[in-house]
Design a protein around this ligand. Structure first.
Ligand code: SAM
Length: 273
């Protein structure tokens, strides 16, 4: 393992665990398959371990860092790079300029995520209409939930939410020792590839409502869970489930993504309220 420069200061509340393994840093950046045509957004560059590997490979790199001290450090470290913009901001409230939102400019995201806001960041990435790829390091347990298969305890609303928007694959596992200060958890590098919209905003809202309702009472059968959470009649629910090819006696975790999509189509007339 190649040790990188230790951070001068650290703020664990901001998820500041800095990657100190250069081989892992290379693996993360390589898996984004960067080219000179790419525009990349790096969320939370920290002390720039990924930044310095991304910069020579891309047309444009935009780094969003919340910590002003790190922003000043990065500006000194990377002074002179014309393809780099370092923005002091909270990624969750940052409003990208129109040039970044252009559909003709596909965006790649790269980040060793600050784990305290993993899901909000992923939701925000999915809201971009022009993202193409995201290579993200997440907490191992969260990554396992994102990649889970039906009939397992990790399979849940997060799995289905991710599947709705992208193809997700595991690039590699990372032990906590690869970071300084060492976090309490291990990590996984994920590569997400966008799936173009599956349906309208309304369709997604119905899908989301059905999935959350099905998993709300995880130990119950799906018919009972939907009955309780949606307040719809059991006979009606049984009919819709059967019509979607779903055995009503199954539990939420036994139902595949494709079946949840079928179910959303079948339910659309009953979920207008
Ligand atoms: N990329 C660096 C590395 O791999 O060593 C740092 C990764 S560290 C896990 C997370 C980084 O995200 C920190 O630099 C932290 O200051 C920054 N950060 C935390 N919350 C943020 C937010 N809301 N918006 C932007 N950056 C944030």
């Amino acid at each position: 393992m190649v040790e990188l420069e230790r951070p001068v200061m650290k703020r664990p509340k901001l998820g500041q665990h800095f990657l100190v393994d250069k081989n892992i840093a290379r693996k993360i950046v390589d898996s984004a398959s960067l080219t000179k045509k790419d525009t990349v957004i790096e969320i939370g560059p920290g002390k720039g371990v990924l930044t310095e590997l991304i910069l020579p490979k891309v047309k444009k790199l935009i780094c969003i860092e919340i910590d002003g001290t790190l922003v000043a450090y990065l500006k000194r470290k990377f002074a002179g790079y014309r393809n780099l913009k370092i923005i002091p901001a909270d990624f969750l409230s940052w409003k990208p300029p129109k040039t970044i939102l252009k559909k003709s400019v596909p965006i790649k995201f790269i980040s060793n995520l600050p784990y305290y806001i993993t899901t909000p960041i992923i939701k925000k990435i999915f809201n971009y209409k022009n993202w193409s790829t995201a290579v993200l390091t997440v907490q191992k347990e969260v990554g396992e939930r994102m990649l889970a298969e039906p009939d397992t305890k990790n399979y849940g609303a997060l799995t289905l939410f991710v599947k709705y928007f992208c193809n997700a694959e595991k690039v590699a596992g990372i032990t906590s020792k690869c970071f300084y200060p060492e976090p309490k958890v291990d990590s996984i590098i994920l590569k997400l590839g966008r799936i173009k919209t599956r349906g309208s905003r309304k369709f997604y809202e119905s899908f989301s409502r059905i999935v959350n309702s099905a998993f709300k009472y995880r130990r119950k059968t799906v018919v009972n869970s939907l009955n309780r959470a949606l307040g719809l009649d059991k006979t009606l629910i049984r009919g819709v489930l059967s019509g979607s090819g779903i055995d009503p006696s199954l539990r939420a975790e036994n139902i595949s993504f494709e079946k949840y999509i079928n179910l959303t189509s079948s339910f659309k007339n009953y979920l207008l309220s």
